[in-house]
Structure formats: C-alpha cells, structure tokens
Design a binder for this molecule. Sequence first.
Ligand code: DOR
Length: 312
Amino acid sequence: LASLKTTLGDYRFDNVFMNASGVHCETAAELDEVAASPAGTLVTKTGTLQPRSGNPEPRFAVLELGTINSMGLPNQGVDYYLAYAEQFQAQHPEQPIFLSVAGMQPSDFPVLAQKIQDSGFTGLTEFNLSCPNVPGKPQIAYDLATTAEILTAIFTAFKKPAGVKLPPYFDLAQFDQVAAILNRYPLTFINSINSRGNGLWIDPETDTTTIRPKGGFGGIGGQYAKPVALANVRAFRQRLRADIGIIGTGGVTTGRDAYELILCGANLVSLGSVLATEGVGAFSRLTTELKAEMAKKGYSRVDEFRGQLNTL
Ligand code: DOR
C-alpha cells in the first residue's frame, strides 16, 4: 500500500497533509484535534507579539468554489502558541510541528525570532510575510526590499529551522527576483501560497459584499486558488536551492489536487478552505484519495513522483 511519509529538511513526517495556518489552529483544543487526525503535522495560527481580536464580523464566508476571509490575524499571542508547542513536543518527541508568527511591523520580526531562539522549541518556525487582511498594512512579501531586510534581521538572531509563508506571485520575472532573495538565506522551507489577497464577492440578492472588513475585500482560497498554487510551487521548485523544501498550499479539495502539488514539487501539503468547510475529517478522506491516486499511477512513495511534472 502507498506510503505518504515525507521529509522537510532533516525532519520526517508520516503523512504529507497538515493544516494551513489560520485554519483549525487558534486554540489548543483545535490544534489537539488536528494532532489526533491522520495529519502528519500541524501549524499554529500566526501568533503576533500581543494577542489580537482581529477584524469585525462577518469576516469569513464560504463561496461557490472556495472561501473569502478577512480575519485580521485574531490570535492568542505568540507566547500562547510557543507554550503549546513546547508542551506538545514534550508529549510527542517524534512529531515535529510548526509555529507560525508575524510582526505587525518589520521591527517585530527579529523580536519574535529572538524569543523563539531563546525558547526550548525544537520544531520549525514559519514567518508569515503574506497576511492580506490587516487594514492599512501591505502584504510584506510584495515589497522585496523590505522582505530582504526582514530576512536579514531574522537570521541574525535565528539559528533554528525556519521558513516563510509567501503570497501568490503572478509574473515569471517576480519569481526570479523573489527566489534570488530567498536563496541568500538559510531557509529550510517556503510555504506557497497564502490566500489570494483582496478578492471581492457579492451577494446577488442584496448587491452587498459578503464580509464586513475593508469594504468586503478579502483573501480567496479553495478551488479558485488551485492553478495559482500549482504555478507558484512549480516556479519556486525550479528556482530555489535544492535544500529549501516547499509546503504546497492552495486549492486542495481532492487527493488528485494534493498529488498535483507534489508533482510540482511540494514536500508537504496543507489544507485551508477544505479544512474550514469539512473539518478534520478532510485529513482521512484526502489521505485515502491520495493513496488511491498513487496506486492508480503505480507509485508507492511520494518521492517517486515529487517534482516529476511532464511538460510538452
Ligand atoms: O488569508 C489569511 N488570513 N492569511 C493570513 O496570513 C492571515 C489570515 C487572517 O488572519 O486574516
């Protein structure tokens, strides 16, 4: 039977699936539910230096083919997630997990990095450079000079395994520029993609936006995101150093979708919209579907087809 075992850097996981940061991971109870599912690992909600209540509701909606959200980084604060992660690793020493963090301003990033560096956390840290939903704040990773400055500041303090959560890019010249910057730093992974920022959805009955914050603009996920996610994973796999792994995120609703992200180069596959709409049962369904797809194609391990996309 097909195995979904995978690796990222020196870390090993029994299953390629994990949650996407922001979905089913704001509280210890939600994180415990992901941990108890077939998921191979988990990531916390993005923690900021101070707890945040986020944007006014409604701030999430299910659409025809995905979701829109403008949560605005509601979270319990980095100390909460760091305490959870340290307790988790004491109880599950063989199961590495991810801590997601973000600054509300560039200068927060080295402070977060130092805090995690000084802690007992031995897992992987995902620095979120791509939240599209905080009013007045740009998506950091669209500003390449600021991105480079933040990475330089982070890696001055930080010696533990780290990665960055990236927004979708849409131009091949941008992939070249972003990858050239990322390749200068000791990154263990990237996570591509965050939601497609600042989409808009209108209720046809009322001619009104579906979410309240920012006049209705919000990050788009689910099936709308799939071709963009595939392209981003593929484009970065073609450009990044071989030792930088990739977490593929975006548009996975079937085992075939996950298979395609792996074909494009993903080491792990994370679930956002599908986990928000279906709950943790999505992990067992997709595990079964991905194994069936691999069996159909004659593969027994994910490294047999990772990155093996055919082109014409
Ligand atoms: O779509 C997203 N929503 N991406 C993020 O990085 C943050 C999150 C939120 O809290 O708004």
